[in-house]
Design a protein around this ligand. Structure first.
Ligand code: TRP
Length: 453
């Protein structure tokens, strides 16, 4: 059984695939506008702090659970002998399906923008509202994106996911490096860098802390078993701690560079850094236009290609979770599982597709719009709840010494090290407590309108 599930061929392949899952719209689309709203560098400092203090231990735990059992998130809890806890895996599955359903819509926008940039249509920025409400066109882009995701996932671990990551991730890193260097040469670039990098700690409020925590968690793909699933394809020879450290550093690094590219553009054009979600789709095309037709097309196309590639390695990881579940637990052939689930999730995503102007009902759903509403449930509530339960489970149900045992495979110096002490303290106290508090505040604010922070 273990052999024909597939396995990452090398440590680099695993790290690239998992970093590919982590690096996505969250880093390049969401991170810069969260920084803009959260007052700049103070948000960045908080974000880094949470990535290492809170998220890193959760990541290590997820990978270890996956590798120990060689199973999808539902099968993993059963494999460890705790059938009742497989509800946490099921919740993760549900959450991943919800995330992918709307994430694919935004990924489709990115892909559509790439095509517009190639043809030099910079006005698309001013026409963002019309673009996203043109549901037939956006549906077509969404179908293309989901199909590309499905093609990669149906290739399996080594021949599909790992191979795609080996091509897409280095390309992505090259593009972003080029764009950062280019952005630095823009007039007034340093004002942007300063906003981004010089912290003003008076900007830190309860809601900024909350946003930084949520962003760190989402960005590292934690809380719904994506890394349990990827961990299940990792060989016993690999060192989980150093792999998780590399994945975290790559994710944080790419988010950091995305901001370093964005704010010089924003400031050199005198635009508003707190532009919100429109920052990329509205503001940037206008910035690219000022570069003149040829350079504008090159830079603009590269940027939206970067965004599409980043999104693609993330949609791949989101689709792999339910696919591995159907393959492991229901013996479906991979290909059948991939296309059936991809089709199903696309259909679930139709309300999100219509939630940006095409349908008044979905665009005004539950006081915001349907896409935002799904984000409240999946990103803001189920992910921290999942992370809370996974770490609680590892510390008190499966037990810390069993977790240590698994981490020590491929890492003989782990036992008795300071890292072990840190992980144990984090998963026993810090992670479950902090994540429970976050879940609680989210439910109060998002569903009952009580804003404590
Ligand atoms: N981390 C990705 C991003 O930053 C999104 C993502 C992919 C994700 N897989 C996930 C988020 C699993 C949460 C859980 O865009």
């Amino acid at each position: 059984m273990g052999a024909n599930r597939g396995e990452f061929q090398s440590r680099l392949g695993f790290v690239l695939a998992a970093a590919g899952s982590a690096v996505g719209l969250g880093n390049i689309w969401r991170f810069p506008f969260e920084v803009g709203n959260g007052g700049g560098a103070a948000f960045v400092v908080l974000y880094l702090f949470f990535c290492f203090l809170l998220c890193f231990p959760v990541m290590v735990t997820e990978i270890a659970i996956g590798r120990k059992t060689s199973k999808n998130p539902v099968g993993a809890f059963i494999g460890l002998g705790f059938k009742n806890w497989s509800i946490v895996g099921k919740m993760g599955l549900f959450c991943g399906v919800l995330i992918l359903s709307y994430y694919n819509v935004v990924a489709g926008w990115a892909f559509g923008y790439f095509l517009e940039m190639v043809t030099g249509n910079f006005d698309i920025g001013k026409n963002f509202g019309a673009f996203v409400s043109d549901w037939q066109r956006v549906a077509l882009y969404g179908v293309c994106f989901m199909a590309a995701t499905a093609v990669i996932v149906s290739g399996g671990i080594k021949g599909g996911i790992e191979r795609a990551a080996r091509i897409l991730m280095p390309t992505l890193i090259t593009i972003i490096a080029f764009l950062v260097i280019y952005a630095m040469t823009l007039p007034n670039a340093m004002a942007g860098v300063e906003f981004y990098l010089v912290p003003d700690f008076s900007e830190i409020t309860g809601s900024v802390i909350y946003a930084a925590l949520g962003q760190a968690f989402f960005s590292l793909s934690l809380g719904m078993g994506a890394l349990i699933t990827y961990g299940s394809y990792v060989s016993k020879k690999e060192n989980i701690i150093s792999s998780a450290a590399l994945i975290t550093l790559t994710d944080v690094g790419i988010a950091f560079f995305a901001g370093l590219m964005m704010f010089p553009f924003v400031f050199s054009l005198g635009l508003e850094p707190s532009g919100g979600p429109g920052l990329i789709f509205v503001t940037l095309p206008q910035a690219f236009q000022t570069l003149g037709p040829t350079l504008g097309i090159i830079i603009g196309s590269l940027f939206f290609m970067l965004l599409s590639f980043a999104a693609l390695t993330s949609t791949v990881s989101l689709l792999e979770v339910p696919v591995s579940y159907m393959v492991d637990e229901h013996n479906w052939p991979r290909r059948k599982a991939v296309w059936a689930i991809a089709g199903f999730i696309f259909v679930i995503g139709i309300p999100s597709l219509l939630a940006n102007g095409a349908s008044t009902f979905f665009s005004t759903f539950a006081g915001s719009d349907f896409m935002t509403f799904i984000g409240y449930i999946a990103n803001d509530t189920l992910l921290p709840l999942g992370g809370c339960l996974i770490t609680f489970f590892a510390a008190y149900v499966w037990k810390k010494h069993n977790l240590s045992e698994e981490i020590a495979e491929g890492n003989p110096n782990y036992k008795g090290s300071a890292v072990e002490t840190f992980i144990n303290i984090a998963i026993s106290y810090i992670c479950p407590a902090l994540l429970a508090i976050i879940t609680f505040f989210t439910i109060l604010s998002r569903f009952f309108g009580i804003n404590v922070l």
